[in-house]
Design a protein around this ligand. Structure first.
Ligand code: PYR
Length: 382
């Protein structure tokens, strides 16, 4: 179809003159944690996708075709992520899959998408190695490797810290990768570690590790945790009188920390992210206002990244000829994605090619710089 004709059709659909049913639907899978501890992230992520898809459809869809989201709860568990990926790819025949929420699940489920030559697009996976799975794996979440050195150097410059204690979850792909990257950044920046302590998923009492940490009198605690464990760690640290800065990774970067660690326990938490609610760029202001109007609450970084991801895919789809032949359309979308650039809620975005373990080109990471902020009285401030 000529592009003028396409535009006319899109306008006629948007105006309700041509029913959208006459155009083909574009089915996109959304596999996120909508229950369990990781739903702290997954629900925001689903909201971001829904908001962007509704906006895109209201503006005429993709060359007249409507985006239809097929949403599944992968519960933040890798076995469920595998099941949900299989359902979306082989039964629902979606064009691509967004998710899953955690790197721990992505490492298990993304190989299924790769083998089926279907794009898996993570918006919240920040561990090392996810995009080395293959050339169908994309993410717009900025990796721990890119964020943590900047977070550490900013806290060092602003607080003058001389040493840190380290606490991390040793049974999760993300928290383990966060630890590896924290360790490297601390070595590179010549910051001594007073002690290194660990915990496991599902732990609720962290007093033994925190008491040991307190005994080493650190200037800050470096914490690689998901919210389910990270929030009680902050509460118990403050109860023990450990009021030093806590330096977290992506897992601690959520406004939910203010509910889960109330009464000031969440103060002095430092994180890095390309997104900030304080950023007054017009794209971000538009996103924040639209999110508040639709969901009656403030967005977080997880919603911003899924919102932008949907627009990034929409840009690729606009340059893709959808034929109705699924393998061909899935491959065409993959080929169109790497060159997409987009300025959205998280600012200017482009992809950066990642390598596999043998050093050969594989999937695509986010090429974005983080902004470091600190929590103060229920807010992230820059
Ligand atoms: C991850 O699992 O990768 C997160 O950043 C939460």
């Amino acid at each position: 179809m000529q592009s003028k004709t396409k535009k006319l059709l899109a306008a006629l659909i948007a105006a309700g003159i041509v029913p959208a049913a006459h155009a083909a639907d574009i089915k996109l899978g959304v596999a996120e944690a909508l229950s369990g501890g990781a739903a702290q992230y997954g629900v925001s992520i689903r909201n971001g996708f829904q908001l962007a898809a509704d906006e895109i459809n209201a503006a005429g869809g993709i060359n007249g075709n409507k985006l239809v989201l097929v949403v599944e709860d992968e519960q933040g568990k890798k076995e469920e992520a595998i099941n949900v990926f299989k359902k979306l790819i082989f039964k629902d025949n979606v064009l691509m899959v967004f998710g899953p929420t955690l790197s721990n699940s992505a490492q298990a489920a993304d190989p299924i998408a790769q083998a089926a030559k279907t794009v898996a697009f993570g918006t919240s996976n920040t561990a090392d190695g996810i995009t080395s799975i293959g050339n169908y794996v994309f993410r717009n979440s900025v990796t721990e490797a890119d964020v943590l050195p900047a977070t550490i150097s900013t806290v060092k410059a602003k607080t003058g810290l001389k040493n840190v204690a380290v606490l991390y979850g040793n049974d999760d792909v993300f928290t383990k990768s966060g630890y590896d990257n924290f360790k490297k950044a601390l070595e590179d920046q010549k910051i001594p570690v007073t002690t290194t302590e660990t915990f496991a998923k599902g732990d609720v009492d962290f007093k033994a590790q925190l008491t040991k940490i307190k005994g080493t009198n650190p200037d800050a605690i470096v914490l690689s945790a998901l919210l389910a464990e990270g929030a009680p760690i902050m509460v118990q640290a403050r109860q023990l009188g450990l009021n030093v800065p806590v330096i977290g990774g992506n897992g601690m970067n959520s406004v939910k920390i203010f509910d889960l660690a109330p009464g000031g326990a969440s103060n002095n938490l430092w994180i890095g992210s390309p997104w900030s609610i304080e950023n007054k760029a017009p794209e971000n202001v538009k996103f924040i206002d639209a999110y508040k109007a639709k969901f009656n609450g403030s967005p977080d970084q997880f919603a911003a990244q899924s919102y932008d991801a949907m627009y990034i895919v929409a840009q690729a789809l606009k340059n893709t000829k959808i034929t109705g032949e699924l393998p061909k359309d899935r491959a065409a979308l993959r080929d169109a994605l790497p060159s997409v650039t987009w300025t959205g809620a998280t600012g200017a975005f482009k992809f950066r090619q990642a390598n596999d373990r043998a050093g050969k080109p594989a999937g695509y990471d986010a090429d974005q710089a983080p902004i470091v902020s600190v929590t103060k009285d229920g807010k992230y401030v820059i």
